[in-house]
Design a binder for this molecule. Sequence first.
Ligand code: C2E
Ligand code: CA
Ligand code: CA
Length: 817
Amino acid sequence: MIDLDTPLAQILVVEDDEAARLMMTTTLKKAGFNVHDAANCSSARALFASYKFDLVLLDVLLPDGDGFSLCNEFLLEPNGRDLPIAIVTGLDDVESIKMGYQSGATDFITKPVSWGTLPYRVQYILQGSRTILNLSVSESKTRALLSSIPDILMRIHRDGWVLDMQVGSISFDIQEWFYAVDGEVYGRLPPEVNRAVFAHIHAALKGEGMQLLEFQWSHLPERVCFWEARIQQRDDNEVLMVVRDITQRKQHENQLRLSAKVFEGTNEAILITDANLNIISVNRAYENITGYSQADMLLSNADSPKVGLRHYSFFEHIISVLKERGHWQGELLNQRKSGEYFPCWFSINQVLDINGAPENYVAIFNDITEHKNSRAQIDFLAHHDSLTGLPNRTLFNDRIEMAINVAHREGKKLGVLFIDLDRFKNINDSLGHLVGDQILKETAARLTQVIRSGDTVSRLGGDEFVVLFPTISDERNIAELTLKLSVALQQAYLVDGITLHITPSIGIAIYPDDGETFDELIKNADAAMYLAKERGRNNYQFYTPVLNARTLDRLKLEAGLRKALELGHFELHYQPLIVGSDCSIRGAEALVRWRHPERGLIPPMEFIPLAEETGLIIPLGEWVLTEAARQLKQWHQRGYVDLVVSVNISVLQFKQPEFLARVETILQTVGIEPKSIELELTESILMGDMEASIQILQQFCDRGYRIAIDDFGTGFSSLSYLRHLPIHLLKIDQSFVRDMFVEPASLAIVDSIIGLARALGKETIAEGVETEAEYSLLMQHGCRLMQGFYFAKPMPAIEFERWIKANNHSVMNSGPL
Ligand code: C2E
Ligand code: CA
Ligand code: CA
């Protein structure tokens, strides 16, 4: 028995010859096959219908038909598909063998049958058919597989004909693809692509191996696609070409290229790690910023010291935040390869894979050193004086308050110095601001050098410095320290090749004796400094309670006046002098005001008495005269040629031996004639040596000046001396004008002044005329000139000029406003 690897094969034997049928059946049965036999076509058909056979052995000649027709018949049956059928025929009956194949038989067995080998023959036939069957199954599988591939597969003949094609998801007719006529290639693709494809086909056929080419072609309107063709030789005349749509891949590639450009092109450092924080990429900016190259970094771990982040535990914290929120931002201190630390602003993001697990971490950072520096710079500027670099008032305030807290807690003393450079203003004015600035810088440097660490020097503005000694043992101690500072400041200054000597005046206040707050201490140190100045400058003074509020105010006012004179903080206002008969303008009285930087406009009554007391009235008075003359000159030039300006002259000025000469110089310099200036003097000039005063007045008169006696009627003297005075005008004091209606005596005085003046050939002007009634009454009594709020208040020059323009005519024609 032969070894059959298949389960019992069913064999149908169709043979009309009794003996042959029996032999065949028996032999095959013996060999282990399952055999049915039929002697004619009809019984064969019956058996075929009821069994599924694996093989049919078919005699050619049968009583009710022939084997070829039967063969044909069986193969058309459903269970006849792929059925091997062997024709049993005579050895040399070639015609039958041929006909058998034509009718679909797969094999033949020749008679006389060799019974010994028959089972093997049958076996072979069965095996062959099975192989074919398997083949066809695998072929259909392949076909299914191929059709699921989106690629286009083509077998192409060397002449350009597409032999076979598998279009995958795209369907085209074979003919449309390629065809060649007279060596020229035509087809669906653009001509240059066709040519390129054929060049590659020929290269492949020449044995140059697999050919690869990419081309653009759009098989759909308005959509450019990218394709890739792989061409491989199959045999001498044929290639296999696989065409693939790579549009998407191209797009990805472009995107990747773009990303890569951004990655490399950005100024921010980028570091990418895998999920285990192994560094897989860094960009050029990273290399530039940190000094580490890509090669240095690859395969290091992100917590390696190379990454330069200081706090590795912090790193863990970041990772935990990343896990929770997916991103982290913040400032970190980083370290360059050179070892230098630098601050960075970090932004770290987690990248997840498709399953949502962390796949990468991307850290982006930039060096914020400059940013931080500029912030520190701004911070510095906010707390320091830009000229000297010393702490400014704000910072000094902080320090002193801190020091006060400590001193208070520990029951200790602290000292505050107020330093002012004597006559600094002169240097600034005469040598220029640049020199002044140099001196202030140098002063700051000297003070800084002398103080101990922990002490603070600050510039409050101008040439005022303050020093804080947070720890002093006693007054001797602070006196020593002060002396040291003072000595340092008295050294000659060398600026621009000029040697300058500057002395400081220093005031000292001590906590808690002289004050318990910043403001008090500064104020009292300041007061002590004024005292130092008062006592001859270049010294220092402790604050003493004797420096009470009044003296202090006076001292300050005086210092303020001096400063205002230096800085030109005065201005003149002008009050019209009116001719009562027609209310026309005769002139103006110049009245000084102090434009104080903090207090605003200060009226003269608040500072003239002190100016007189301290002698400052002399330079101030000179300024007033100069300014009034200058202004009058302008008005004259603008056509108000008859305008007169009266100027108040203090006794102290008048009593200067060279007063007349000074006035002359001023007027000559400006170019004003004496007749345009009226000097207002009070009766007090006559005190003392009256003869001398009268002589001086006479000199003024002789030169053409006009003299007015101000506040007339309030003075000490009797009217009798008037006769001897070389004057032109009496100004009736405003107190009489004010009281004319309430006090008959006042009206009587006014009346007698007017009468007297007329008798002596002098003019009168009434001051302080506030109402129409006063004006009328004064007119009735024959007062020619008037001045007062009824007409106008004192006003700045520019307003005064406007006032003249607006009122002159109407005032002249239709009486007062
Ligand atoms: P004065 O010389 O008697 O000046 C007249 C003062 O009376 C001015 O006050 C003026 O504004 C004010 N006045 C004018 N009309 C009226 C009015 O209708 N009603 C009232 N209630 N007041 C009126 P001002 O400008 O405050 O000057 C006050 C004093 O200061 C002056 O009195 C004068 O003695 C002195 N003064 C002003 N400027 C100078 C100056 O340049 N040198 C000197 N040495 N003293 C001056
Ligand atoms: Ca006056
Ligand atoms: Ca007056």
